[in-house]
Design a protein around this ligand. Structure first.
Ligand SMILES: [Zn+2]
Length: 212
């Protein structure tokens, strides 16, 4: 688990550097077997040391660490319970939070939304850290790699922490494109047909003919 705790420190620093979180907001976790290393409650993500990161089991019992796990740990555990995710990133990034505060879903305005599962749903509002919020996020995340949390922020999953982190960057980018697009005009939404064509293209990339 020590390398997983180091990963939390590394991606915590990157999240702060990229402006995805400020202060002590946001939390990350990574799972191995029945254990989950998670960022601690009340600590700035760019000042973590591996020892500061608690380890809990999937049932929510503290296994190791002096600090309390992030208050959003129940949400992480709820998502782990019903998905094959191995890492989760939650931030209060600006554009994600704007969309989560004004809309019920992020429509696919760019084909890269498919990397997150297409439309990103906004989980219904509930107080942070509660089982209600955990259940709402789990429902919004079904079949997807990302969800937004009403009046709160965003959450992404991945097979690795790197993957979950990149999904968070992509989610924020998609939200930024949409929000900034609204100031220029009405963003066009990709149709199911257009999105299906993207999937088809990705599955069957044409090979360049080799010049002999
Ligand atoms: Zn939060």
């Amino acid at each position: 688990m020590s390398s997983l705790r180091e990963q939390l420190c590394e991606y915590g620093r990157r999240a702060v550097e990229l402006g995805l979180v400020i202060g002590t907001s946001g939390n990350l976790s990574v799972r191995e077997g029945n254990l989950v290393a998670v960022t601690p409650s009340g600590a700035a993500l760019d000042r973590l040391t591996p020892e500061m990161c608690p380890i809990v089991d999937v049932e929510g019992y503290l296994v190791e660490g002096d600090l309390q796990p992030s208050s959003e740990t129940p949400m992480h555990l709820a998502v782990y319970e019903t998905t094959d995710a191995r890492a989760i990133v939650h931030t209060h990034s600006v554009f994600g939070t704007i969309v989560a505060t004004t809309m019920t879903e992020l429509p696919p305005v760019h084909y890269n939304a498919l990397l997150l599962g297409g439309v990103v749903k906004v989980a219904e509002y509930a107080t942070y850290g509660t089982p209600e919020l955990a259940a709402n996020v789990r429902a919004a995340m079904e079949g997807k790699k990302a969800a937004l949390m009403a009046n709160h922020g965003g959450v992404t999953v991945g097979a690795t922490l790197e993957e979950a982190f990149e999904a968070t960057r992509l989610l924020e980018w998609l939200c930024e494109v949409y929000v900034r697009g609204l100031s220029v005009g009405k963003p066009a939404i990709l149709t199911d047909e257009q999105l299906n064509a993207v999937v088809e293209r990705a599955l069957n990339p044409p090979a360049f003919p080799r010049r002999l």
